[in-house]
Design a protein. Structure first.
Length: 401
């Protein structure tokens, strides 16, 4: 590999699988050069239970990606999600005085003021995402610079997270001998890799369904309107199957992945599947109707999407998703999960597949990789921004030096 490569690395530390994507920034584009995956250990209900085990999982995924890329990773952008994530809107305004042109300092000041909110104990600001500006009582402006006004207001969406959980996750990455460039809400990162800018403007929801948590982000007018963690996740479906069919958790997970379906309607009555007997009973495997398995899964999938609908209703966006719903995460691989989403949310749904990274292989064109890809894309944007600022500083140095 040539020296001085601009590496863009995304690390998705999921509670079931840990994934790493390495890209290289070339001519304002991102090209994939390596990826790695490892089973996750040390998690309990989307929280870190064993930091060393989490760090070891990260190290395995990072080393696999490093071997493929032929590089050594020094830093990454890290995904943060789970049950402690919350989103809320904030608003601030500044008086400029006599009407004049709004400049960059005014914009920075009003956005910074909107982001300075009093947080509860153990809460920290993960991201402050601009929604729009109001200029002299006229809303809907994305960039008010050069406009003449006497007052400007900023609307932002604030994503907060448990400071303790955030710091433990960062510490696990450091324990794996990698620095953290930035931390990003995982559903926000996934949206970067699977949603086009035009879809964000029309209104689109990204539902990132993991094993221990489900994260939601909703865009409208190219701005985040909702960021939330939902109480239903992939493991809920697995536990329901285990209880309903009297199986071990691992057997239920295999059954769900191989035969499960999120809708019952297309399952014929004469379709049967063989399921193992509980180990304690010592009996031969038995047959059950496949429809019974899918009834269990459909009920919990409907509950998940009703939680999504409840979030949309809260902000009056239940009819605003012209871009539909995009499903990412490992559980999005479930058969007919898009049909379940469409039935509850009454809009089109699709599985989120990564776009925008060159040399992305067909084997990774599935929703489980979307978050890691989005984190790498975010890292790439940071590197491009740093390069532009460096060039600008160099030009000023040549002019004024």
């Amino acid at each position: 590999m040539p020296e001085n490569l601009q590496l863009a690395v995304g690390l998705d530390a999921g509670s079931s699988r840990t994934r790493c994507v390495i890209g290289v920034v070339e001519d304002n584009c991102l090209r994939l050069i390596g990826f790695g995956e490892a089973a996750s250990e040390g998690w309990a209900k989307s929280r870190i239970a064993d930091q060393t085990a989490v760090a070891n999982s990260m190290r395995r995924a990072l080393e696999e990606a490093e071997r493929m890329a032929g590089v050594s990773i020094e830093s990454c952008v890290l995904g943060v999600g789970g049950v402690t994530v919350r989103g809320s809107n904030a608003r601030s305004e500044i008086e400029i005085g006599r009407p004049r042109e709004i400049d960059h300092r005014d914009v920075s000041r009003v956005v910074d003021r909107a982001s300075r909110v009093q947080l509860q104990e153990d809460r920290m600001l993960l991201q402050a995402l601009l929604q729009d500006f109001v200029v002299d009582d006229h809303p809907g402006h994305r960039d008010p610079r050069k406009m003449v006004a006497s007052r400007v207001e900023a609307n932002v969406h604030l994503i907060t997270v448990s400071e303790r959980e955030h710091d433990r996750l960062v510490a696990a990455v450091n324990q794996a001998h990698v620095a953290v460039e930035d931390t990003v809400f995982e559903a926000f990162a996934a949206a970067h890799s699977v949603v086009l800018p035009d879809e964000r403007k029309e209104g689109v929801a990204v539902v990132d369904i993991g094993a221990h948590s489900t994260d939601l982000v909703v865009y409208y007018g190219d701005a985040v309107q909702i960021a939330a963690s939902l109480p239903i996740c992939g493991d809920h479906l697995t536990r329901d199957v285990a209880r309903g069919l009297r199986l071990s958790f691992d057997d239920a997970a295999c059954l769900k992945e191989e035969y499960g379906c999120a809708t019952v309607g297309r399952t014929p009555d004469n379709s049967f599947i063989e399921v193992p007997a509980p180990p304690s009973e010592g009996r031969e495997p038995r047959e059950v109707q496949r429809k019974m398995l899918n009834q269990i899964i459909e009920a919990r999938a409907d509950e998940l999407f009703r939680h999504v609908l409840r979030e949309l209703l809260r902000v009056g966006m239940e009819q605003a998703l012209m871009g539909g719903v995009v499903l990412t995460g490992g559980t999005a691989r479930l058969h007919e999960v898009c049909d379940a989403a469409e039935r509850v949310l009454q809009c089109q749904a699709r599985k989120g597949l990564t776009a925008g990274i060159e040399d992305w292989p067909e084997e990774m064109s599935e929703p489980a990789w979307s978050t890691a890809a989005g984190l790498a894309m975010y890292s790439g944007r940071l590197k491009m921004r740093e390069e532009m600022e460096t060039r600008a500083a160099g030009l000023l140095g040549r002019i004024f030096g």
